[in-house]
Design a protein around this ligand. Structure first.
Ligand code: NDP
Ligand code: OXD
Length: 339
């Protein structure tokens, strides 16, 4: 369920069991050790933000992490494999990305709260990319790019947006923001999520039992799902066969959602007309990867959106302060669901 005021999934807002200060006590002024394990160039920006926004924090960049047992907060894309041993007193792991499928949840001690990146800039980036993608698929741009490369000048019939049904898999932060962005163009919109939702101007479907009905009305299918055990390989032959003939595909979520050979076969049969992919199974792909070379596929190198270090660091400083004051944090993941 989405909160009206923030657009956040309620499951993203959770009590974290952080230390509760006495009334009036400034828990946030106590020293804090924060580890950072990711790109060091971006880390320099993070370090600067911590210096100004959370001066009581000792910001330590991997591998110069000091005494691991003092670190209570870790910011990482990939934490060290033996997280519990390296940081026995870790309280919160902040994922640098919106997705957390890169984490091995079984290797993260159960008492550690995992928080994913939620940031308006990250959402905006995805909205820009996915809006561009839907419009490009609607206006046959993969065909025109390929025609240009072949030196052809040929027209395709213009179809009204009102005749092109767009279906969004995943109605979370990104899926709902995309739906809002697409509304003014007049596409009939539908969406699919795990739990039922009511969204103005959109037909909604939920759960595996309504998946077929959802797919049957998607002329353009957009994937904005998290990658979990339940969604891995969901863009496969069985799914494509339930779409209208000649449907178009946009995957801006994770390469693990797509069975690439099934897409290649669906493109060959005409079941899928064309596709835009921001993510692939293996990144970077081999130079001779069939989808990189396919004339009806546009591939981009996982750039649909990105975590910008300044905004992300400011956000995490705020979350640490909230945690130390015993307040709930946004973006806490539910380990049972895997997102
Ligand atoms: P959210 O967690 O906010 O939303 C996920 C949505 O997917 C929810 O609506 C959820 O349903 C739905 N969902 C999850 N599992 C299932 C399932 N088994 N069946 C049906 N629906 C399901 O995620 P975000 O919108 O923030 O992000 C989505 C993904 O986008 C990220 O996990 C990440 O992988 C990807 N991403 C890609 C980027 C890129 O640059 N390419 C950048 C940023 C993110 P419910 O609402 O009922 O829980
Ligand atoms: C993310 C991404 O998950 O950039 O944030 O893919």
């Amino acid at each position: 369920m989405m909160s009206q005021s923030t657009g956040m999934a309620e499951s993203d807002i959770e009590q974290t069991g952080g230390p509760r200060p006495e009334p009036g006590q400034q828990a946030a002024s106590q020293p804090i050790a924060v580890g950072y394990k990711s790109d060091p160039v971006r880390g320099a920006v993070w370090s600067e933000v911590f210096r100004s926004k959370l001066p009581q924090a000792s910001f330590r960049m991997w591998p110069e992490i000091g005494a691991g047992e003092t670190v209570e907060y870790l910011i990482a894309w990939l934490p060290p494999p033996e997280l519990g041993r390296v940081f026995p007193n870790l309280k919160v792991l902040f994922s640098i990305g919106a997705g957390i499928d890169q984490l091995n949840l079984d290797a993260i001690p159960p008492h550690v709260t995992i928080v994913r990146m939620l940031d308006p800039d990250l959402t905006r980036g995805m909205v820009e990319y996915a809006t561009f993608g839907v419009l490009a698929l609607h206006r046959d741009i993969p065909h025109y790019v390929s025609d240009q490369q072949a030196g052809h000048w040929s027209y395709r019939r213009l179809q009204r947006a009102a005749e092109r049904r767009v279906g969004i898999m995943g109605l979370g932060i990104l899926g709902q923001a995309l739906a809002e962005s697409l509304k003014p163009f007049g596409f009939p919109l539908r969406g699919w999520s795990a739990s039922p939702k009511t969204i103005e101007g959109m037909d909604t479907f939920a759960g595996p039992e309504q998946f077929g009905a959802f797919l049957a009305g998607c002329d353009i299918l957009v994937c904005l799902l998290p990658l979990t055990d339940a969604t891995r390989g969901i863009l496969c032959r069985a799914t494509f066969e339930r779409l209208p003939m000649g449907a178009r595909l946009l995957n801006a979520a994770r390469g693990g959602h797509l069975i690439e050979d099934d897409l290649i076969a669906a493109l060959a049969s005409g079941r899928i007309d064309c596709a835009i992919l921001d993510v692939l199974q293996s990144e970077p792909p081999a130079e001779d990867h069939a989808l990189l070379r396919h004339p009806r596929v546009i591939v981009t190198p996982h750039i649909a959106s990105a975590t910008l270090p300044q905004a992300a660091a400011e956000r995490v400083c705020g979350l640490i302060e909230r945690h130390r004051s015993g307040l709930p944090m946004e973006g806490v993941i539910d380990r049972r669901r895997g997102y």
